[in-house]
Design a protein around this ligand. Structure first.
Ligand code: GDD
Ligand code: MN
Length: 616
């Protein structure tokens, strides 16, 4: 059954000689291909009398309407104006200069009728399509424009071979409720980025030579095209991706240099091997950042390990080529053109960036288009985060400590290694003990260790796993102990969970619990380090959303200030974990060594802050 009521819009500017035949041929096709149709010519008050020519046709063809716009001249806006007056359930557009053969309309309507596509595009770039006699220059610029388009709107070329086509048809519902603010020549880009559709099909056509008159595509239109691309990139969120990718790239640079220095310090690898390894580490680092940040929305539907590995290999390959282009550009500009080093270097980096982003966005992270795919991805992400809202099992940290992956295990061991490196006379209080991992490590012979937590479940788990512990459930703001009782109080990764307006009270309470010669040992994430990025990634991966759990963010300075305000003296302050834990993936020994190096050289840039304080 044919349900198509087609509203064909033909924009014109100075097409007096072409518009008559164009309308006539289109009418013939539509009479058989559609159930009903109308042809709306939108003329921008052409000085050559196009309007009069259309009126002449209207005298014998009742399906033709003419809209004359007198205050504006723009192809895309003319098309949108035509669609606003359209009554059909299918909106179509075709040039009025016969370069779009009207007979192709039949091929455009067929997939719409059969439900194969909600948008059908006449394409020069699918089998059977093409251009009749284009100069090499025009072919190259068309190709270049497509590359630029897919750089700013990644994924578009993968799904639509000819997104620059001005000849297409769509179901009206695709644009229902969508406000288009187009400009310039490429209305289809706006439709593709803002429309609501799930399926696009392309049908081939040959872009004919101009029959009469000349093209109106000039310098101004080219400028508009780039401006438009950028706007669409911002509107669709892709521009933000470009920024994120730039950040990731810079982090990669830092990781390369950092791990090179580290590898030179802790291993005796030759320079070339050390450098290659450093670069590979940076590539891995950047892959993770891109996978879970820059392109997070594109990966939600494909999170299996296998697809991740494939993406990683693609990313790796692209980056190696990118590095080649980077160096090649640098050497070329330096040696041949004799540019200053800084300029040549910058150009090399820019070329590498454009290549890396363009290829990875389009070939590594594939699912960036159409908008529906993005919308579905966002929804599935929301669902996932909701699933995780429930707290992890009481033994979660115990599991992570005993059975976690290498990096996880090293993270906890390394942290406790630092925490336990200080003398710790008993009795000991472990505040926020969780399932008792630290408490169990603290127990030494007949030492008394009291483990305190707000959660009954967690304390029960701790006591079942480590029967020797003395577990207490209490609100840390009101501790059920004699003042001045404990020689050592551990407060390991707790304070960041306490709302900022109470943390000072809690510290004061702990001070009161402390023996006059006692020590408070406190750790918390350092929000003046790479930690926020780590936290974000771990939150996306793991069962706990730390970005929500951590409500109190400390910098080294703020932590010390607050500890002093609570009436304590800072005895020692350090930070640890810059990249060391990630080396554990390769070798635990290297990670331990790296940790030492970091402690000595990285000052306050470690991801965790460790503070030892006493009573004044
Ligand atoms: N109303 C109105 N206002 N119509 C315009 C204007 C304008 O400012 N500028 C151009 N047109 C009309 C022309 O009269 C013609 O019917 C159609 O829009 C296309 O304009 P051309 O100037 O002939 O474009 P082109 O041949 O260079 O480019 C065509 O080819 C592209 C493929 O490379 C366009 O049709 C593109 O849409 C197409 O994708
Ligand atoms: Mn044309």
């Amino acid at each position: 059954m044919n349900d198509l009521f087609v509203s064909l819009v033909i924009p014109t500017y100075n097409e007096r000689e072409n518009i008559g035949p164009a309308i006539q041929r289109a009418s013939q096709v539509l009479a058989t291909a559609a159930r009903d149709f109308e042809i709306i010519v939108v003329d921008d008050n052409s000085p050559d009398g196009t309007g009069a020519a259309v009126q002449q046709v209207m005298a014998t063809n009742g399906r033709v309407r003419l809209i004359t716009r007198t205050t504006d001249r723009d192809l895309s806006r003319a098309v949108v104006e035509g669609w606003r007056h359209a009554r059909g359930n299918v909106l179509a557009v075709m040039d009025g200069d016969l370069q779009h053969p009207p007979e192709t309309l039949a091929d455009l309507l067929q997939p719409l009728r059969q439900g194969e596509g909600e948008i059908a595009i006449a394409s020069r770039h699918v089998r059977g399509g093409g251009v009749s006699h284009w100069s090499l220059w025009r072919r190259a610029s068309s190709w270049g424009a497509a590359c630029v388009a897919t750089f700013f709107l990644p994924g578009i070329l993968r799904h639509v071979k000819d997104p620059m086509s001005g000849f297409f048809a769509l179901r009206r519902r695709v644009l229902e409720g969508v406000r288009l603010h187009p400009q310039g020549y490429k209305i289809l880009l706006d439709v593709l980025m803002h429309g609501r559709f799930a399926t696009v099909v392309e049908v081939p056509y040959i872009f004919e030579e101009r029959f009469r008159g000349g093209s109106k595509l000039g310098k101004k239109q080219v400028g508009q095209f780039f401006a438009r691309l950028f706007r669409l990139s911002v509107e669709s969120g892709h521009a933000a991706r470009l920024g994120k990718y730039l950040v990731t790239g810079s982090v990669g640079g830092v990781v390369t240099l950092g791990s090179l220095m580290l590898l030179r310090a802790v291993t005796d690898l030759p320079l070339v091997s050390a450098y290659s390894l450093a670069v590979e580490l940076a590539i891995l680092n950047n892959f993770l950042l891109n996978e879970f940040w820059t392109f997070a929305d594109a990966t939600t539907a494909r999170v299996g390990l296998r697809t991740r590995v494939i993406r990683f290999l693609r990313f790796n390959g692209t980056c190696v080529w990118g590095a080649g282009f980077n160096v090649g550009t640098f050497l070329g500009l330096r040696e041949v053109v004799q540019l200053p080093v800084a300029l040549a270097g910058l150009a090399g980096v820019a070329v590498g960036y454009v290549w890396n982003y363009g290829v990875n966005a389009n070939a590594t992270w594939l699912d960036l288009f159409p908008p529906q795919a993005r919308r579905a991805a966002v929804e599935s992400r929301e669902r996932r985060t909701q699933d995780r809202r429930s707290l992890p099992s009481p033994g979660y940290y115990h599991e992570a400590y005993t059975h976690g992956n290498r990096v996880q295990r090293f993270w906890h061991r390394g942290k406790f290694g630092r925490v336990l490196s200080r003398p710790r006379p008993h009795p000991i209080l472990d505040v926020g003990s969780g399932p008792g991992v630290l408490s169990a490590l603290l127990r030494n012979g007949s030492h008394l260790v009291v483990s305190l937590d707000r959660s009954f479940e967690v304390i029960r788990f701790a006591k079942e796993t480590h029967p020797e512990l003395c577990g207490v459930v209490a609100d840390v703001r009101h501790l059920p102990f004699r003042p001045g009782h404990f020689r050592t109080i551990f407060f390991v990764e707790v304070i960041e969970h306490i709302p900022a307006q109470w943390s000072l009270d809690v510290l004061r309470e702990l001070r009161d619990m402390l023996h006059p010669a006692g020590r408070l040992i406190l750790t918390t994430p350092n929000y003046r380090s790479l930690w926020p990025a780590l936290e974000w990634m771990v939150s996306r991966w793991g069962p706990i959303d730390y970005t929500k759990e951590h409500v109190n963010h400390y910098s080294p300075a703020r932590l010390e200030r607050e500890v002093r305000d609570a009436g304590l003296t800072v005895i020692r302050a350090e930070s640890f974990f810059v990249v060391a834990p990630f080396l554990a993936w390769l070798s635990e020994r290297a990670a331990w060594k790296a940790m030492d190096v970091e402690r000595r050289w990285c000052g306050r840039w470690g991801s965790l802050l460790l503070l030892e304080a006493g009573r004044t």
